[in-house]
Ligand binder design. Structure first.
Ligand SMILES: Nc1ncnc2c1ncn2[C@@H]1O[C@H](COP(=O)(O)OP(=O)(O)OP(=O)(O)O)[C@@H](O)[C@H]1O
Ligand SMILES: [Mg+2]
Length: 415
């Protein structure tokens, strides 16, 4: 098993998740669509990629993976689905036929075009007025390809968020209409091609709070959620041991358990990161065996040091995207208050709510409602209920947050 890095993993580098793979395979075989949810870095993309790899290997299914991170509107999304359908030969032949006008210029070179060039070509023929119809054509081609298709759509919530809001983070009526139209189309496609195209939707932010904020929750109801949980301590320790074996590192179970306890929540990416930092530390020290002292040193100096902070920025970036500037400021305060104290009580939350309402009334900056921010923080796995209040789910994230913002923090009621 090789180290995971920060991109998705599959095949030999994919560890555990047998129960989840089995459950998702069952859903696919029963023709059920899925909304895959989990907090950040839990391995959603990897799980879908690995599921698709295994299903494709059986020869019974076709698989298409679409990433909408770069899509700005429904037409971009349709072009992306179209171009990613290329490996499904029967579908691609049909798509080429139906889009013949557009693709004619490319002539015989069409099979040599890069995915990016092909997408530009397809996109040129898809616009505001015809994306739904073009999308129908592509979905029909997939549906009639001979084998059932597992269509994974990753980062759908990023597109939904982009469509929904203006630059201040406020939901606009036009954005809402566009999201409604796109999700209705997706829903209808899912129903029309039942048992032939099974969709798995996922993303690095949660779809539900976004839809709830826009009053569009019903749009996702043909996609039953599947919640991907962190690894248990036992699984995470086994993963650390497997990595240690691959890299010739001596890592006893008590060392592995200590690492997991520090993380508190065994998010696969954090487990991988911890191993990687420990491995590098041992290499620098010219040793092979990891001790509890090594773990302590690596956790404090490496995981929470400058390089760890880079990963934290990744979290902050996504939060800022989904909450907008004003909502993000509120999230920053709540998270910092929680990290500094170890938890946050309902009373403190209420103080922040009141403070926020007063400030919002003054500057009218269009912040999403305070409770929406809390909902996102809970849904995306930052905070969990604890004794009537909240605390950080992940020990690492809590330590990161305290390290970064704790020192300059002044509680709202002390100002
Ligand atoms: N099953 C797994 N086995 C081993 N490593 C894993 C597994 N799942 C995830 N990882 C580790 O976590 C990292 C992130 O995985 P992935 O990109 O699949 O997560 P994600 O939930 O899609 O993240 P994001 O929230 O950013 O979209 C991988 O690079 C890998 O290091
Ligand atoms: Mg992902």
């Amino acid at each position: 098993m090789r180290k995971g890095g920060s991109n998705w993993v599959d095949g030999e580098n994919f560890f555990d998740r047998d129960t989840e793979l089995e459950a998702l395979e069952e859903r696919v075989r029963e023709g059920t669509h899925t909304l895959l949810t989990a907090q950040r870095r839990m391995g959603k993309t990897s799980l879908v990629r690995e599921l698709q790899r295994r299903l494709a290997e059986t020869g019974e299914f076709e698989v298409v993976f679409v990433d909408l991170e770069g899509a700005f509107d429904p037409a971009d999304a349709i072009a992306e689905i179209g171009v990613q359908a290329r490996p499904v030969h029967a579908a691609w032949d049909q798509i080429k036929n139906r889009f013949a006008n557009l693709l004619r210029n490319a002539g015989d070179r069409i099979e040599e075009l890069s995915v990016a060039d092909l997408k530009v070509t397809l996109r040129a023929g898809i616009g505001v007025g015809n994306w739904a119809q073009r999308g129908d054509t592509i979905l029909a081609a997939l549906s009639e390809s001979g084998r059932p298709v597992v269509l994974a759509i990753d980062e759908l919530p990023i597109l939904v968020n982009r469509l929904l809001k203006d630059e201040t983070g406020q939901v606009t009526p036009a954005g809402k209409r566009e999201v409604e139209a796109f999700l209705s189309w997706l829903r209808k496609a899912g129903q029309d091609h039942r048992n032939r195209v099974m969709m798995i939707l996922s993303g690095s932010v949660s779809l539900e709070p976004l839809l709830e904020q826009a009053g569009l929750s019903a749009q996702a109801n043909i996609f039953p959620p599947f919640d991907l949980k962190p690894w248990s301590e036992e699984t995470a320790v086994s993963c650390l041991e497997a990595l240690a074996r691959s890299y010739g590192v001596g890592l006893g179970p008590e060392v592995g358990r200590d690492m997991c306890r520090r993380l508190r929540c065994c998010i696969p990416h954090h487990v991988q990161m911890f191993f990687d930092r420990l491995h590098e530390h041992l290499r620098r020290a010219g040793r092979k065996d990891a001790s509890l002292e090594d773990v302590d040193k690596v956790y404090v100096q490496e995981m929470q040091g400058v390089r760890g902070q880079v990963d934290l920025q990744h979290y902050e970036g996504r939060l800022a995207t989904v909450l907008g500037r004003a909502g993000y400021t509120v999230a920053l305060e709540i998270l910092t208050a929680t990290a500094v104290k170890g938890d946050i009580t309902t009373e403190t939350i209420n103080r922040y709510r009141n403070d926020f309402m007063t400030r919002d009334a003054h500057d009218g900056c269009g912040a999403p409602a305070f409770d929406h921010v809390l909902h996102v923080l809970q849904h995306d796995g930052y905070l969990e209920p604890n004794d009537g209040g909240y605390r950080f789910v992940s020990g690492l994230l809590e330590d990161w947050w305290r390290g970064r913002y704790g020192q300059s923090f002044v509680p709202v009621f002390d100002r």
